[in-house]
Design a binder for this molecule. Sequence first.
Ligand SMILES: Cc1ncc(COP(=O)(O)O)c(C=O)c1O
Length: 392
Amino acid sequence: MRRCSICNLGTFIISHIIPFNRSYITGLELKNIALAQKAGALSGDGKFSRECERLLEITQRVPRSLVTHSCTAALEMAAILLELRAGDEVIMPSYTFVSTANAVAMRGAVPVFVDIRPDTLNIDETLIEAAITSKTKSIWVVHYAGVACEMDAILKIATKYGLSVVEDAAQALRSTYKNKPLGGLGDFGALSFHETKNITCGEGGALLIRDLPASEQAEIVHQKGTDRRRFMSGKVDKYTWQTVGSSYLLGELASAYLRAQLEHADDITEMRRHLWRRYHEALAPVARSGLISRPSVPDHCVHNAHMYYVVLADGIDRSAVLAKLNAAGIGAVFHYVPLHSSPAGARMGRAAGLLKHTDAISAGLIRLPLWAGLSELDQDRVIAELGKVLTD
Ligand SMILES: Cc1ncc(COP(=O)(O)O)c(C=O)c1O
């Protein structure tokens, strides 16, 4: 067996494809789904939805949460609740998924893109103040890879200028900033339970509401702009159209699945953290050789191991590296195309200054397979192949 000169692991014969992601199954999902089916009430806001919401309120330390059919939906709800309108500006990173900006653009507001920090790949908090104008209404942060943005500095700026803060915590369930769970620090937080996330129900999300008074309006937006929830709890004798809203509920079958996953969120996160640490240690020599840089987690942040990525050194052809890894059966992928350079972002948003880290890092980042259940043997194969491809 040939050994990689950097990481000293052997090369492996391709026996099977190592997928980029595979959802963990706790074993309780089908039991819950059967219970939901037997109960016969399959629409949203049912027993399992409410149980998920109570669990999230405890773990995320927020007074109110509402489960939704996606994180995208939760972000749209935040935009409605903040009453964003045409011409308002919202500061956010360009290095994020489209949903962060779409929710804002759907209200006619303008995403204003700020560069990221080269260490955490989160919005650079030191650049936010310079991007504020008389039209700025809100700051939307994204906790990339489940590592917290610098929330103290961001919340201080928001208070100084009277701006709201939304946390796109799609990737950040079970991550903390100075011991505080992410998603509960801004006015609103949005979680994702999409198949690619640590905890999943296929498609799903949640809106976290920091201040209880906002929850009544959130419940209305959640239920198509009606006060149906109040009607269902007997507080009003009929329900009517109250405001702009949509059907943001999570159906009961998906909630039943999610309930099972949430019960095991700590174990699933620990399994991922173990694998994350193994990648980090094994790739240290490759990083020392200058071929890659590895993720960086500030001491005051606990992350949930949502992702293990490496950033290739300048001059290394990412497409070639990915093609070789994929050919070797390793499901490595890249993302994001920065929003400011995408057609819609260029049309509907604007960049605040140069986004040099966003541009450079997005061109060189590779995500490696990481999921609860990935065997150490397969992980060693990923590490060895990466070392080999980089040194060939
Ligand atoms: C940062 C971020 N925001 C929003 C989303 C959208 O999540 P969902 O697919 O649950 O709508 C994602 C999904 O990948 C994401 O990574």
